[in-house]
Design a protein around this ligand. Structure first.
Ligand SMILES: [Zn+2]
Length: 337
C-alpha cells in the first residue's frame, strides 16, 4: 500500500477530522512529545520541593518515602498521616491524560476557544472548562505583587453576568454578553480596579458593584502598596478619600479637564491602555460569569506580564507556578462556587 493510496481519501474528511488525523500522525511520528510529560513532572517536583521535601497537605518536613504507585514515588507524612506523590495537588494530578495538559495550556495561550480545544484534544467541553479554571485558580492562588514607586490606578466596568447559573429569576437571561440597558454606570456593572507600577507589576481585581468606595479600594490596594508609593489617579472622590485614609502621596490627573500628564511623568495612560487591551481580550469570551471574573483578570495579567517570553517558556512557567502551591480545585469545588 502506498502512502498515496491512503492520502486519496483525505479530502473526504471533515476539517475537524483532518486536524485530528494530522495530530495523530504527529503523535506517532514524534513520540518524544509524550516523554516531555515526565520532564515536566520532574520540573514540578523540583519546583515544589525547592526548599526540601515537605508534605503538600500540611507543610510538615517529617516525610518518608512510601513505595511507588504506577511508577511514581509516593510519600507519607508522619504528621498528618496523608500520602502524596510528586504531582499531588498540581494541575497534572488526577487527570488521566497528563500529556494533554501541555497541549491544553499551549492552546489556551493561543486564545483558542474551549469547543475548539476540546475537539483537538478529544476531551469533553466541560472537561476543557474545568481545566481552564484549574489553571486560572492556580494562577490566582499565587496572588498579586506589591506595587512600588509611581502607581497608576483606575477603574473599568464590566457587565454583571450570571452566565452558567441555572435560574435567573429577577430578569430575562441575557444572551452572548449583552449590553447594559442604559448608558453610564448602573447597578448591573461590576467595577474592576487596575493598578500598576512602572516596573509592570499589576494588581487587577473585581472591587465591587457600580461606584466603589474608599473602603472597597482599600480592600484591593490597601496591603499592596509599598511604603512611599505615589498614587496617580483621577479626581474621583473615592480615591481622594482612600489616599487620605492611607496618608499616601498622590497626584490627581484631571482627565476630564483635559489634563493628561503632570510634571512630565504623572499620568494614568499605562493603566488606561491596559483597560483597553483587557476589554478587547475579554470580547472573545462573550460575557464572563461575574463569579469567574477575577480568574480571567489573573489570566490576562499573566499574558501581559509574560509577553516577552516564548510560548514554550510561558507554558513551563505556568506549570511550575501552578505547582508551587497546592491547588485543590476539583470539579466539585468549581460547581460549588
Ligand atoms: Zn502532612
Amino acid at each position: 500500500m502506498s502512502w498515496l493510496h491512503v492520502y486519496e481519501d483525505f479530502d473526504d474528511l471533515s476539517e475537524a477530522e483532518k486536524i485530528q488525523l494530522f495530530e495523530a500522525i504527529k503523535d506517532t511520528l514524534f513520540p518524544e512529545q509524550r516523554l516531555k510529560v515526565d520532564k515536566v513532572a520532574e520540573e514540578v517536583r523540583d519546583s515544589r520541593f525547592s526548599s526540601g521535601l515537605a508534605c503538600v497537605h500540611c507543610g510538615s518536613k517529617t516525610v518518608k518515602r512510601n513505595g511507588k504507585y504506577r511508577s511514581r514515588q509516593r510519600y507519607l507524612c508522619k504528621d498528618c498521616g496523608k500520602t502524596f506523590n510528586d504531582l499531588t495537588s498540581s494541575p497534572l494530578a488526577g487527570t488521566h491524560y497528563p500529556d494533554k495538559w501541555l497541549k491544553f495550556i499551549e492552546y489556551m495561550l493561543d486564545g483558542m476557544t474551549l469547543p475548539k480545544i476540546a475537539n483537538r484534544l478529544h476531551i469533553h467541553v466541560s472537561t476543557a472548562f474545568y481545566w481552564r479554571h484549574k489553571v486560572l485558580y492556580a494562577l490566582r492562588s499565587l496572588g498579586h505583587d506589591a506595587l512600588n514607586g509611581i502607581v497608576e490606578s483606575d477603574e473599568t466596568f464590566f457587565l454583571e453576568s450570571h452566565k452558567g447559573r441555572r435560574r435567573v429569576t429577577f430578569r430575562k437571561p441575557r444572551k452572548r454578553g449583552g449590553v447594559a440597558k442604559k448608558r453610564g454606570i448602573r447597578k448591573e456593572q461590576v467595577c474592576v480596579l487596575v493598578a500598576m507600577d512602572r516596573n509592570g507589576d499589576i494588581v487587577s481585581q473585581n472591587a465591587g458593584n457600580v461606584r466603589i468606595t474608599a473602603v472597597e479600594i482599600d480592600a484591593v490596594l490597601g496591603t499592596r502598596l509599598a511604603p512611599g508609593s505615589l498614587l496617580c489617579k483621577d479626581s474621583a472622590k473615592n480615591y481622594v478619600a482612600f489616599a487620605k485614609m492611607k496618608g499616601l502621596h498622590h497626584e490627581v490627573i484631571t482627565v476630564h479637564k483635559g489634563v493628561y500628564v503632570r510634571k512630565g511623568i504623572y499620568h494614568v495612560q499605562h493603566v488606561n491602555a491596559y483597560h483597553r487591551r483587557l476589554k478587547k481580550w475579554m470580547e472573545r469570551f462573550q460575557g464572563v460569569a461575574t463569579k469567574y471574573l477575577d480568574n480571567y483578570l489573573f489570566w490576562f495579567r499573566f499574558l501581559e506580564r509574560y509577553k516577552e517570553i516564548t510560548p514554550y517558556e510561558a507554558k513551563r512557567s505556568i506549570l511550575r507556578n501552578m505547582s508551587k502551591r497546592a491547588c485543590g480545585v476539583t470539579v466539585g469545588y468549581l460547581r460549588a462556587v
